[in-house]
Design a protein around this ligand. Structure first.
Ligand code: FES
Ligand code: FES
Length: 173
């Protein structure tokens, strides 16, 4: 019918062809249709980052993205970071080692967002706090202020921020 369309999404390396309601957002398709419940629904309004995933390699708030617009897209969720699940991604390991969570609700979003942030800095995208002495287009060094600024869209009600920053520093050092 006119309210549904077929889309093909590549999710964690596997193609899925789904019929989606035009009002459905990626977060709901992941959680309800694909049983990938790592990405969390916090605010549902783009303000907490709990739903962060990678879309074509860039981080995005999946609660804001109509699934129908993502046909052919390549999605990575926290479940896809550990390959076949046998071995944790280094960032997941660092979060464990640094106790970078308490309730864990924000953690999948923090981890996906951090991966996106590290890639953005490596590609030379400056943030509000980037030292103007860094030549444009050159990799931006990720000190604590850079990491905090770049992860400022990911809220943690438990206040695990200092340990989250340490975990990210561990994987880039
Ligand atoms: Fe998407 Fe809060 S649930 S930003
Ligand atoms: Fe509880 Fe971040 S660990 S919200």
């Amino acid at each position: 019918d006119s309210h549904h369309s077929e889309v093909t999404l590549r999710v964690n390396g596997k193609p899925h062809t789904l019929t989606v309601d035009h009002r459905s957002v990626l977060l709901d398709v992941l959680r309800e249709d694909l049983d990938l419940i790592g990405a969390k629904k916090g605010c549902d309004h783009g303000q907490c980052g709990a739903c962060t995933v990678l879309v074509d390699g860039r981080r995005a708030n999946s609660c804001l993205l109509p699934a129908v617009a993502l046909d052919g897209g390549d999605i990575t969720t926290v479940e896809g970071l550990s390959g076949d699940g046998e071995e944790l991604h280094p960032l997941q390991r660092a979060f464990l080692d640094r106790d970078a969570f308490q309730c864990g609700y924000c953690t999948p979003g923090q981890i996906c967002s951090a991966l996106g942030a590290v890639a953005e800095a490596a590609a030379g995208h400056p943030s509000h706090v980037t030292d103007p002495a860094v030549p444009s287009g050159r990799p931006v060094p990720l000190g604590g202020d850079e990491i905090r600024e770049r992860l400022s869209g990911n809220l943690c009600r438990c206040g695990a921020y200092p340990h989250i920053v340490e975990a990210v520093q561990d994987v880039i050092s």
